[in-house]
Ligand binder design. Structure first.
Ligand SMILES: [Mn+2]
Length: 381
């Protein structure tokens, strides 16, 4: 029996560009050892197709300065083009649907599932996704919760979605994905992913349309929120006036498109905002904003201590990739550095076994990630 392939170690991404100038901050002690939490082999799916696909995605190299006519030589991050056929995407999407269909809309993590790395918006930044996986640890050792917005805006939504879905299928008890507002046909038709699919699979039978629709059929199954040790609630957008108990989230039926109003809509679209007290109509033209007082009362009502969400990159987040709100009851994280050439830093959040939260900063300029001991101690409620 070749059980060798089962325990396929995730190969390291090409990462020469971010090796040399890593920050010397070494405050990583107790957290580092915590990730040696290898997944039992019984929880790893043996599938040569997935192994090969993951290997190909993780080891592909960028064509490095090969394109003499490239206009934005210094600014642009070189693309890591990966050959993926439409048949492979269809096969992967079918596996992913099966995987998500046996998961509830609300994912429940217990203490034994910690430590956990939470990743915010990625928006097609494939190189940065690989960098996060390399830095934080491969998913056979380190658990991940991705908060959505895998596609659109950036140029490699196909690679980001494909790698995450393949990892999800391969390590179903270590990799978890939530839905973002961009994982929906109405949004990702307009912000890049549809065009990316059309262009890439132009000559395939059924064209890029077919592949885009196939991805959508997976997105419609994505879970919508996660609760960690009954104290930390995570989602892409925010809370909702329709959220009364956590069971309300479980009752959302899937597959579903994102509706124009209601609980599902708010979970992927809402934002915190203290410019108006209470609930207000969102300037996005869909869903609501909610103030600190709403966060406080929601935490009390649900019996939770912290809300973690993504969905926004505000000016205060440019140097750290995250921002607290409502006296530390809510934190926004954003994981796409140099998003739309904004030169922003980004971050991922790591929750330790003791429920301490810390932020690993993904630096834009020097492409180094350092740990900041911004340990946010969970307050007693
Ligand atoms: Mn979003």
């Amino acid at each position: 029996m070749d059980n060798k392939t089962t325990a396929t170690k995730l190969p390291s991404a090409e990462s020469s560009e971010d090796k040399e100038d890593e920050e010397e901050d070494t405050s990583t002690t107790d957290e580092e050892e915590e990730c040696e939490n290898e997944v039992p082999e019984s929880e790893v799916i043996e599938n040569a197709f997935l192994d090969e696909l993951i290997f190909r995605l993780m080891t592909a190299k960028s064509p490095q300065a090969q394109s003499p006519g490239s206009k934005k030589s210094v600014e642009a991050t070189p693309i890591i083009q990966v050959q993926i056929s439409s048949e492979e995407i269809i096969q992967l999407c079918d596996l992913a649907i099966q995987s998500f269909a046996c998961q509830k809309a609300l994912i429940r993590f217990e203490k034994k599932d910690l430590p956990l790395v939470i990743v915010g918006d990625l928006h097609g930044q494939f190189r940065d996704l690989r960098s996060i996986l390399t830095r934080c640890g491969p998913p056979h050792k380190q658990s991940y919760l991705f908060l959505g917005d895998y596609v659109d805006r950036g140029i490699q939504g196909i690679e980001v979605a494909t790698l995450l879905l393949a990892l999800k299928c391969k390590y179903p008890s270590k990799v978890f994905m939530l839905r973002g507002n961009h994982e929906d046909g109405n949004t990702c038709m307009s912000y890049g992913f549809y065009d990316e699919c059309l262009e890439r699979f132009l000559l395939d039978e059924g064209g890029g349309d077919k592949i885009w629709l196939k991805f959508l059929s997976v997105f419609n199954w994505l879970p919508l929120a996660a609760i960690i040790d009954s104290t930390i609630l995570a989602m892409h957008g925010g809370i909702s006036p329709h959220l009364h108990t956590l069971d309300d989230i479980d009752r959302i039926s899937r597959p579903a498109i994102v509706p124009p109003y209601g609980l599902l809509c708010d979970l992927v679209w809402a934002d915190p905002d203290d410019r108006h007290d209470g609930w207000s109509l969102s300037p996005r033209g869909i869903s609501f904003t909610f103030s600190s007082s709403i966060v406080e009362s929601m935490c009390h009502k649900l019996g939770i201590e912290l809300i973690v969400r993504a969905h926004q990159l505000t000016s205060e987040m440019i140097r750290s990739g995250h921002k607290f709100f409502a006296n530390g009851r809510l934190v926004t994280i954003f994981s796409a550095p140099n998003y739309l050439n904004m030169r922003n830093d980004a971050c991922v959040m790591k929750i330790s076994k003791k429920l301490h939260c810390r932020f690993l900063i993904l630096r834009t300029m020097r492409k180094a990630m350092r740990t900041r001991s911004l340990a946010h101690r969970q307050r007693k409620s």
